[in-house]
Design a protein around this ligand. Structure first.
Ligand code: ATP
Length: 593
């Protein structure tokens, strides 16, 4: 009998064998051929693949399209050569270069991370230009435009050889280090956090991810690796100068290999370099001086073909052949494994959240006006009100996404002290989890991985987080879809995924923003049962909801917000009979119904 899990496992094993064969080929082919030019091509493949793999940690995993990565490569190169001229081995120089590159990476990236998309890319280009000009300016250190020669000291200690084989072995070793680091990051918590931040920064923040911190960590690792490769490449080239070490064209080339091979994948940059470097080097070798700039043309053509036919690069093609057919969560999804509602109404416990005098303006618009209420342990507080009343704005202030102009939000910590969290991370750590009105799935991740991002909050190890995510998925009726891409879920599935991710954080206070909007009647009933079962575990819930059937059957108390103010609050049955609420929100038809 074939089990469902056999196919992906076999594909995974085949994939690893294919990678091992490709890697072995990088050393075996030039050794077997023995030609100097072939050695040079394979050394270049290893160097470019290593640099592109390092770039991919920032450009792919974290989604920050850096076009200034030659800064770190150049720093590594200059550090190595300057120290060699002082009689220090490049094996030491490469670590010194890496340390300087990490500092430069943090200084450069911190302001740039406020920028997104093309603005980030432009800022990195600007910094690259700054470093090129600095290298030209500090002539005593860098040799200025004349550049620096590497003294002819031959041997392993100096990374300079008469034969090509040792250079190939070092380049190959560096590639292995870069691949191992990239693989380790992608398969541990940091990798999940980076991809989550890339896909949906707000949702990642709500899951307790320090989005700036993880991106800085990524850029620091990437810079260190790039600098180390830069040191070796400088030794291999035996001459460096600012134009080639801090080159925009070189930065683009590094990014291009990852784009063509499969951005954000561990093996994509390697495949990109293995495809493109030989083509361009052979063309350059065959056409000689007639083909200056030919590599740019080759990259352009290949990139156009990839964009047109392989939007996810070569790795996208590989996945198409190896991935198991995905399932789509239909509206008739598996039943939610919710526990039945406890028959007795629960006695609400002590206060866990106090909201006092919240005020918020957007320009001249007074969106929140003196909103205050309390929430008790194990209570479900329904929040209703017309569109644009300011409900989500209040939620944003209850979860650190907006700072109130006035007023405060206090949360009872697990140790029993009242605290006033500020950032989304503070709210997440004190046990406040939230969903978003417009669902924010991490589209490039599977259902399981999406939920794991939440689970990491309490379970830092991948194995534990995976187990917790699976348990939560089964509870939410998402068990059969663990390996489906989040992007393949229907709106009902996505809403459940949103709740599952936040439940995996094991929050004490749950803020649900219209989780029942747009789902069918069966799913509404399931969602009601699920929320009651969550409440029965002692979690307090604040739910913004327009589905009145759900509000009435769920809420212990209801708050009505209109034009930024609370106009009524109390028992659901009393609130819906309130004349102001009928006029402002429900309408007379509701009372008749
Ligand atoms: N960042 C912002 N900048 C300016 N105006 C905003 C901003 N966010 C919300 N608003 C405005 O504030 C008002 C309240 O919006 P909010 O989303 O809080 O309402 P809501 O009650 O949640 O509505 P709905 O039920 O439609 O989701 C609206 O007029 C909205 O246009």
């Amino acid at each position: 009998m074939t089990r469902a899990s056999d196919t992906p496992m076999t594909a995974h094993r085949l994939g690893l064998i294919a990678v091992a064969v490709l890697l072995a080929g990088l050393v075996a082919v030039p050794v077997a051929v023995g030609d100097q030019f072939v050695y040079h091509i394979f050394i270049t493949i290893c160097i470019f693949a290593a640099l592109s793999t390092a770039w991919n940690i920032v450009g792919g995993y974290a989604g920050q399209l850096s076009l200034g990565h030659a800064i770190f490569y150049g720093i590594g190169g200059y550090a190595g050569v300057i120290l060699v001229n002082l009689g220090i081995s490049p094996w030491i120089g490469m670590f010194a270069g890496a340390a300087v590159a990490v500092v430069a990476a943090i200084v450069v990236s911190w302001p740039c991370f406020r920028l997104h998309g093309p603005f980030f890319a432009l800022a990195t280009i600007a910094f690259l230009e700054v470093f090129r000009v600095l290298a030209l300016h500090f002539r005593e250190l860098t040799g200025g435009a004349t550049g620096l020669m590497i003294p002819l000291k031959i041997g392993w200690e100096w990374m300079v050889f008469r034969e090509r084989l040792p250079a190939l072995l070092i380049a190959f070793g560096m590639l292995l280090v870069c691949l191992a680091v990239a693989w380790a990051i992608r398969s541990h918590r940091l990798g999940f956090y980076l991809v989550a931040t890339r896909e949906r920064e707000s949702a990642a923040k709500a899951a307790g991810v320090g989005t700036v911190k993880v991106r800085l960590m990524a850029v620091a690792v990437s810079a260190a690796l790039s600098a180390m490769v830069g040191t070796f490449h400088a030794m291999y080239l035996t001459f460096i100068e600012p134009e080639s070490m801090f080159s925009l064209q070189f930065s683009i080339q590094i990014a291009m290999f990852a784009l063509i091979g499969g951005i954000g994948t561990v093996w994509g940059p390697l495949l990109g370099a293995m495809l493109l470097v030989p083509i361009t080097e052979f063309a350059r070798g065959a056409l000689g001086s007639e083909a200056i700039g030919l590599h740019g043309f080759v990259y352009g053509v290949v990139l156009m073909l990839v964009v047109l036919f392989l939007p996810n690069g070569i790795m996208g093609l590989v996945h198409r052949f190896t991935a198991a057919p995905g399932k789509t969560v239909g509206e008739q999804a598996a039943p939610v494994a919710a526990a039945p509602r406890s028959a007795e109404p629960r006695e609400a416990g002590r206060e866990v959240m106090r909201v006092e005098g919240l005020q918020k303006h957007f320009g001249g618009l007074h969106v929140t006006n003196d909103v205050g209420f309390t929430l008790r342990e194990g209570e479900i507080l329904g929040v209703i009100g017309p569109n644009g009343a300011g409900k989500t704005t209040v939620f944003n202030m209850l979860s650190g996404f907006l700072k109130p102009d006035e007023g405060k939000v206090s949360v009872l910590s697990p140790s029993g002290e009242w605290q006033q969290p500020v950032t989304p991370g503070d709210f997440a750590s004190i046990g406040v989890g939230r969903t978003f009105q417009i669902v924010q799935p991490f589209a490039a991740m599977t259902v399981e991985e999406n939920i794991m991002v939440g689970a990491f909050h309490r379970h830092p190890h991948v194995g534990d987080a995976r187990e917790a995510a699976r348990e939560t998925a089964h509870r939410m009726g998402l068990g059969p879809y663990l390996n489906a891409e989040a992007s393949s879920l229907t709106i009902g599935g996505l809403k459940r995924l949103e709740v599952a991710r936040v439940m995996a954080m094991e929050p004490r206070i749950l803020l649900l923003d219209e989780v029942m909007a747009g789902i069918n009647q069966t799913d509404v009933r399931r969602a009601v049962d699920l929320m009651l079962s969550i409440r029965d575990t002692g979690v307090s819930i604040i739910a913004i909801e327009h589905v009145m059937q759900a509000v009435m059957s769920l809420s212990d108390r209801v708050i009505v917000i209109n034009s930024g103010q609370i106009i009524a609050q109390g028992d659901p049955h009393d609130v819906v009979r309130d004349a102001h609420v009928i006029e402002a929100y429900l309408g007379k038809d509701f009372t008749h119904a």
